[in-house]
Write a protein that binds this ligand. Structure first.
Ligand code: EPZ
Length: 430
């Protein structure tokens, strides 16, 4: 089992290139099956979740041909099955995007119920409500969501909770429905907008993405397209907080600063300096970190996917901070691991009360999920001594070359496979 070994203490300094957004790439890959014509997609991050999804697409006959590391050519003219049961697909949340995509195009789909990171109850009632409102029957049987419709007819759908996944799924199915669909209380995340732009580039008629009312006029069919995915807001935010926590000076390149406003404003509040240019942001952390309070919210609020990273930084800030998680109820599982590194954090329900400590100390810890895993690596980078992080396969779900990018900024981090390799790492870093 691979682990990360980290020797903390080096400030991260330099430039880092941010890749394409995982959470935009996943629905865009799925939506590429909605046309029989060829689609070219650029800036796909080379991470585990996109690989699992493309393999599942191949299993039903979709041609997915990589051209280099970040570009694929997709043609879905030869789909031979509408049942997606690939063993791995259950492990990723985004598998359910194939339901909206296939239902829209073929009026039928059967997909294994999704898994994903264990960060709390991950209901799908809003997806089902949307499919039903469009006229589909939905059945959950033998671990599959089965859906079928004679016709999909546009309608008004009010979302009871703001859901990225449900907004995306309904948007895909409605793009090929008859008449107009209105989604109210829609998610406004940049990846929702990116998918709408991609569908529009294939001939869909979607307006209002990025606001809480999305209007979709169904079209008869979609055509081929060439599209480039937006930069990953969460990868960028992770490196920005890594700069903050290590007292570093890092330029994150290839970002859309507007997408990072909630993250930048919290970094300013805790005492970092931010220098913004067109498509890059520099984070300079030269003063002791200050405390603050934060509540995760749907976009444009502070992202739940950055909650562990800010908590790790606040754990080293002066004074008491409060972090409230309002999206997923089980997203503080990493706090026990952080406590083993010396953090003073008390979790009560969906709130973490953090009393900043002067330092973390290296320990053997386990990544409980993707973002928490990245955050624990950051804690290791700031800690005194050596930290070993287990279960780093979670991190590979959503970060491309995570340790290589950190190394290029001066971090002492390596992938190890055994106790012997750990000893070698310790000798090397002194
Ligand atoms: C997406 O998950 C992301 N995943 C998550 O990123 C992210 O944390 C989340 O959005 C919130 O931003 C992908 O894009 C693949 P939701 P999703 O539907 O779509 C409740 C990462 O680290 N809900 O917006 O599953 C739900 O329980 C991952 O990259 C319902 O009640 O999230 C949650 O409390 C982890 N009924 C809230 O809504 C539903 O039908 C938001 O979930 C759907 C959701």
């Amino acid at each position: 089992m691979e682990q990360y070994a980290i020797k903390g203490g080096n400030p991260l300094v330099g430039e880092v290139e941010i890749g394409g957004a995982k959470n935009a790439a996943l629905p865009i890959l799925a939506a590429a099956v909605m046309t029989d014509e060829t689609v070219y997609i650029d800036n796909i991050p080379d991470v585990r979740d996109t690989k699992v999804l493309t393999r599942a697409m191949q299993s039903i006959g979709v041609m997915v041909k990589p051209e280099g590391r970040h570009r694929v050519v997709i043609n879905a003219a030869q789909i031979h099955s509408l049942v997606v049961e690939d063993d791995n697909i259950k492990k990723i949340r985004a598998s359910y995007y194939l339901i909206g995509a296939l239902l829209g195009k073929y009026k039928q789909a059967e997909v294994a119920l999704p898994g994903g990171c264990d960060i709390g109850c991950r209901a799908i009632d809003q997806h089902i409500k949307g499919f039903k409102a469009l006229g589909a029957e939905v059945l959950i049987e033998h671990g599959l969501i089965k859906t079928r419709a004679e016709r999909l007819i546009g309608c008004n759908i009010y979302m009871d909770v703001v859901s990225v996944g449900a907004t995306i799924n309904i948007m895909m199915a409605a793009a090929l429905a008859e008449g107009q669909t209105t989604i109210e209380n829609a998610a406004k995340e940049p990846h929702v907008v990116d998918l709408a732009n991609f569908l529009n580039s294939m001939g869909a008629n979607i307006k209002g993405a990025g606001t809480d009312v999305i209007r979709i006029k169904g079209v008869k069919k979609l055509h081929g397209s060439e599209y480039t995915i937006i930069p990953d807001q969460i990868e960028a935010g992770t490196f920005m907080f890594a700069a903050a926590i290590t007292k570093g000076d890092v330029m994150v390149k290839n970002v859309i600063p507007k997408h990072l406003e909630s993250i930048s404003s919290k970094l300013l509040e805790i005492g970092c300096e931010i220098v913004e240019a067109d498509d890059c942001l520099r984070v300079i952390s030269s003063k002791p970190l200050e405390h603050t309070h934060v509540k995760t919210l749907p976009y444009p609020g502070f992202p739940t996917d950055m909650q562990p990273q800010i908590t790790v930084a606040l754990g080293l800030s002066k004074g008491t901070s409060i972090v409230t998680e309002s999206i997923f109820e089980n997203r503080f599982k990493y706090v026990d691991e952080l406590t083993r590194m010396g953090a003073n954090i008390k979790v009560e329900g969906n709130t973490a009360i953090i009393d900043g400590v002067a330092k973390y100390t290296g320990a053997s810890i386990t990544a409980p999920d993707l973002r928490a895993g990245a955050a624990l690596v950051m804690a290791g980078l700031a800690a005194e001594g050596v930290t070993v992080v287990d279960d780093i396969h979670y991190i590979a779900r959503g970060y491309e070359d995570f340790h290589l990018k950190l190394q290029s900024l001066g971090a002492q981090i390596a992938v190890i496979n055994s106790e012997r390799e750990l000893q070698k790492f310790k000798l090397k870093v002194g």
